[in-house]
Design a protein around this ligand. Structure first.
Ligand SMILES: [Ca+2]
Ligand SMILES: [Ca+2]
Ligand SMILES: [Ca+2]
Ligand SMILES: [Ca+2]
Length: 490
């Protein structure tokens, strides 16, 4: 053996003493694997590969899954309706929370790492869903619940059978929108009690309406609709009026060449002299108030419709409600509600009428209606109706329509723009809109000596009818003194 070989053998021998045999060099220093590999893991891992195991396996598996699930479910139901009911709105928010935390841990760690990754997603879903909806009612309660969980909100408010009446859930006796109050506690709700402040009497004269057409040959195919409309309109007004005995208001309906429609009472009847001016009442309210038909079997009112406004040849056309009592049918888009017009024109026959000049406000001579009498012509550009009941109802003099003064309302900037939805407005008629008799309309009627149910004049009729077994006393205005004809008012 040569010396160099000897030396080499010696070095190998010494090296063999310094290290135990069978040992591997585990340099996996980066082991930041937070997985809980147990201590003393007997990892036999006969991993003979050179695996310096620079296993950068970050596998931090921090799986943050905070799952904050901010399901706020604010339920922005905007209706402000001051509904006092208890709002059962049970909102059975089941919150199934399908949190699909698949934990796509793509970590390629091929190591025989027994990483258990338990991922204890506690998902502290605090979804409180308080749903403070204080209800509702005019609302369709679409419950704009925007939360993305599968919130099975069954809140449909279907338990409210008067969805447009904040004070009622059921129609009751009087129907939605009308309270079932019984002021005189006689068992008949005010809505059905002709004398709501007199417990001894519940019914007075019946106010009926009949229709005759001025010319049977003009658009006869529309006569049924028009007649139904006029009679329903009369019945709607009559609900608010009291007559001492049964009366029938005969209406003559014309279909003529005018743009829209107009109406008036056929006669005027003297009722008193006020400040040297003879005051006349229109024949229709006179008959209702007195029970006396001033012209016998002759018609009491005239209502005219524009031929092109009802036959569809004009730029627009009336739509006649298939049920003008319920008035719930869907209106075709772009239509003008015929029932609103029937009500409006009868309003002119009842009290919204007079002789004052539309511009100057001057009376023609020595006579006036009560509408004229209470019209203040010193209000500048716009005249005001200043009957006491109307002022109390409106809070001020009621603006009459500029140069169309047998009406209320004006457009901005004139006063009365808040009255443009009133049945008796003199401003334009809105499409697709139903107008209804308003408390202001009835207050004006009362000021013009129309016996509005519950008013002192109407209750006086009730008291006279119930006070004794004597026959109903003669009305105070039995002498009919015909006055000048009223203008037709659109
Ligand atoms: Ca009653
Ligand atoms: Ca009564
Ligand atoms: Ca009559
Ligand atoms: Ca008559």
């Amino acid at each position: 053996m040569k010396p160099k070989l000897k030396t080499l053998l010696l070095m190998l021998f010494l090296l063999g003493l310094a290290l135990p045999t069978g040992c591997t060099i585990e340099v996996d220093s980066d082991d930041d694997d937070t997985d809980s590999i147990p201590a003393g893991d007997g990892d036999t891992d006969a991993d003979t590969d050179s695996d310096t195991d620079a296993d950068t396996d970050s596998d931090s598996d921090t799986d943050s899954d905070t799952d904050s699930d901010t399901d706020s479910d604010t339920d922005t139901d905007s209706d402000t309706d001051a509904d006092t009911d208890s709002d059962t709105d049970s909102d059975t928010d089941s919150d199934t929370d399908t949190d699909s935390d698949t934990d796509a841990d793509t970590d390629s760690d091929t190591d025989a790492d027994t990483d258990s990754d338990t991922d204890s997603d506690t998902d502290a879903d605090t979804d409180s869903d308080t749903d403070t909806d204080t209800d509702a009612d005019t609302d369709s309660d679409t419950d704009a619940d925007t939360d993305s969980d599968t919130d099975a909100d069954t809140d449909s408010d279907t338990d409210d059978n008067c969805p447009d009446d904040p004070d009622k859930f059921e129609p009751g006796v009087c129907g939605c929108g009308i309270p079932d109050d019984d002021a005189d506690i006689d068992g008949t709700p005010d809505c059905n009690d002709a004398c709501p402040n007199n417990g001894d009497i519940q019914s007075m004269g019946t106010i009926s309406f009949s229709v005759t057409f001025a010319d049977a040959s003009v658009l006869p195919e529309l006569h049924d609709e028009l007649e139904q409309c006029m009679i329903a309109a009369g019945d709607a007004w009559a609900q608010h009026l009291v007559a001492p005995s049964n009366v029938t208001i005969e209406i003559l309906v014309g279909i003529v060449d005018i743009a829209t429609a107009n109406g008036r009472s056929t006669t005027t009847e003297y009722i008193r002299t006020d400040g040297g001016i003879d005051i006349y009442q229109a024949g229709v309210p006179y008959e209702i108030r007195t029970g006396v038909d001033p012209n016998g079997s002759e018609h009491d009112a005239e209502i005219n419709f524009g031929v092109n406004a009802i036959n569809g040849n004009g730029s627009w056309t009336y739509w006649f409600d298939p049920d003008p009592y319920s008035r719930t049918a869907v209106m075709p888009s772009g239509s003008v509600d015929g029932m609103s017009t029937c009500l409006h024109e009868l309003g002119h026959a009842l009290g919204f009428t007079g002789w004052r000049d539309q511009s100057s406000g001057a009376l023609p001579s020595y006579y006036a209606t009560e509408w004229d009498l209470y019209t203040n012509i010193d209000a500048g550009q716009v005249f005001l109706f200043e009957g006491a009941k109307a002022v109390a109802e409106y809070g001020d003099g009621v603006p009459e329509t500029f140069e169309n003064i047998r009406h209320v309302a004006n457009q901005d900037p004139l006063p009365g723009s808040d009255l443009q939805d009133d049945l008796m407005r003199g401003t334009y008629t809105a499409y697709d809109f139903r107008y209804y008799i308003s408390p202001l309309d009835l207050a004006i009627m009362e000021d013009t000596s129309v016996p509005v149910k519950g008013s002192p004049a109407a209750e006086a009729l009730c008291d006279a009818a119930s006070s004794s077994s004597a026959p109903l006393p003669e009305p105070s205005f039995t002498v009919s003194r015909p006055g000048p004809p009223l203008p037709l008012v659109e």
